[in-house]
Design a binder for this molecule. Structure first.
Ligand code: ATP
Ligand code: MG
Length: 483
């Protein structure tokens, strides 16, 4: 047997010193914590996130065979999200969002918050249970038809589950009697569940009946000011998608039953997209096919270019509403002349759960999820050696690395997991890591036992594998951006 090198002993000692950090079983045999607890002596050391303890039930059954999804169309993102234990179907168009998906969603929400608050948006939260009275006032109670989930309370009073909140927010603002022109533009937004009884829920989170949407509503003093607000929201959307690395296109859109005069959709080009888009070969014109006469194939903007068709997933939608809702609900402000005036409105949606699934759809391979870097549930996965293998002694190095990364690189705190399923081969665990798509997978193997230890790093976003010493590794991971 090869003699153990002195520095390995040092690491073993360090390991024993913090052994109390590793998971223990209680006498009942149940796991005590999802993460290993922090001892009172070493409060500065954060607990280790262990893959064996993450609640990530993977559904490796063929998604097409799943009886809960019978009749529903499936797609790559849905299959991968179920395989990786991100979502689990409950009933048509409704899903459990499992812990790993929630981490990713929370990151997306933070990026959205930054962008919306960056243009003056203020976050609120409105009831999902919406009174029919408001919807009858706007005449949408009948217009929405079967898409609206309707219910009665114990007194026989009608309600619906909010599919969008123009009525609710306009009523709220109308209740403020002393709203001054000085307080405008007012941009209110929420990120909440929306309910729509879609005729055909499909493609997992891409078209659900219960889903998360960011909906913002703007109130302005004049049409001109409302157009400026509209423009600044479109710019914020463009920034958001750029930060996520998604190449979305802004196209002219139909105003649908939301109503209003001006509208754009943010479309992510994808073959499974349900929207048909037309783009001019010659100029910047692009529009949803719904907005253009069906017999037209020359560009309405430059009149010379040919229109080329492609498909997209609608991830965002902006509307200039004018006074449509503010007039009906009397949302007024007092003008500079101290006269009551009706506010000019806009509304702006982002499909939060749809963005998550659409990003996975366009970025992933058939075998594994590839994330927009900012949205990866965890940035780094460290694979410790297989139990009983000839590099078993490197296990302490893997555990040590988890702590070093957390201590040295503050942005990676809570972002590093240790795949401690050491009964499994490295190959099997690499396959799982590839399905989940951690941007960086570090294999602690033979090369970490050399005089100058080197770590095998698989950069899943680029597909590259590099061998780095500790400084090189810290350099590389120091550049990772988290939110
Ligand atoms: P679609 O045409 O895809 O049915 P929509 O035009 O009815 O969508 P909007 O009212 O514009 O949707 O809602 C704002 C955003 O909410 C959409 O741009 C989309 O990203 C998201 N969204 C709408 N419906 C769903 C759904 N059923 N599941 C997931 N996200 C959705
Ligand atoms: Mg829309």
């Amino acid at each position: 047997m090869e003699p153990v090198k002195p520095w390995v002993w040092l690491r073993v000692f360090q390991h024993l010193h913090r052994a109390s950090l590793l998971p223990r079983r209680s006498h009942s045999g149940c796991a005590e914590h999802v993460t290993a607890p922090v001892s009172s002596h070493s409060r500065h050391i954060r607990p280790t996130l262990l893959v064996s303890r993450l609640y990530q039930p993977s559904n490796l059954r063929d998604v097409g065979q799943d009886t809960r999804l019978q009749g529903e169309m499936t797609c790559k993102s849905q299959r991968l999200m179920q395989q990786a234990g991100l979502i689990h179907p409950s009933n048509p168009g409704c899903y459990y969002y499992l812990p790993t998906a929630v981490r990713s969603m929370e990151k997306l929400v933070r990026v959205i918050d930054q962008e919306m608050q960056g243009i003056g948006g203020q976050k609120l939260d409105m009831p999902s249970l919406c009174s029919a009275v408001l919807w009858k006032t706007s005449e949408r109670w009948d217009l929405m038809g079967k898409e609206l989930f309707r219910l009665k309370d114990r007194h026989g009073v009608d309600y619906c589950l909010g599919p969008t909140h123009e009525e609710a927010v306009t009523t709220l603002v109308a209740h403020q009697v002393n709203l001054s022109y000085r307080q405008l533009p007012l941009l209110l937004y929420q990120i909440t569940r929306k309910f729509r009884d879609e005729p055909k829920p499909k493609f997992g989170l891409l078209r659900g009946r219960e889903f998360y949407m960011k909906d913002m509503y703007s109130f302005d003093v004049s049409e001109e000011a409302a157009y400026q607000t509209y423009e600044s929201v479109c710019q914020a959307y463009t920034r958001l998608f750029t930060r996520l690395g998604l190449h979305c296109v802004q196209v002219q859109a139909d105003t649908g039953n939301i109503g209003g005069k001006l509208s754009h959709e943010f479309q992510l080009p994808a073959d499974i997209g349900e929207d048909r888009l037309l783009k001019c070969e010659n100029c910047s014109f692009s529009a949803n096919v719904e907005t253009i006469a069906s017999d037209r194939n020359d560009c309405p903007q430059c009149e010379t270019g040919r229109l080329v068709e492609s498909k997209g997933i609608e991830v965002g939608h902006t509307f200039y509403l004018g006074k449509k809702y503010s007039h009906v609900f009397s949302a007024t402000f007092s003008s500079a002349q101290n006269k009551p005036s009706i506010a000019e409105m806009g509304c702006y949606g982002l499909g939060v759960t749809r963005i998550l699934a659409a990003a996975i759809e366009v970025m992933s391979t058939e075998e594994g999820i590839r994330w927009p870097g900012l949205l990866a549930p965890y940035q780094v996965c460290i694979l410790s050696p297989k139990k009983g293998s000839k590099v078993d002694e490197a296990t302490v190095i893997a555990e040590d690395l988890v702590h070093t990364l957390g201590e040295t690189l503050p942005q990676l705190r809570g972002e590093v997991v240790l795949d401690d399923r050491t009964q499994m081969t490295i190959g099997k665990r690499l396959k799982d890591a590839s399905i989940l798509g951690y941007p960086y997978v570090i294999v602690v193997g033979q090369s970490t036992l050399e005089e100058i230890p080197r770590f095998e790093v698989i950069c899943q976003q680029t597909g590259e594998t590099v061998f780095l010493n500790k400084d090189g590794l810290l350099d590389l991971l120091g550049k990772v951006e988290t939110v």
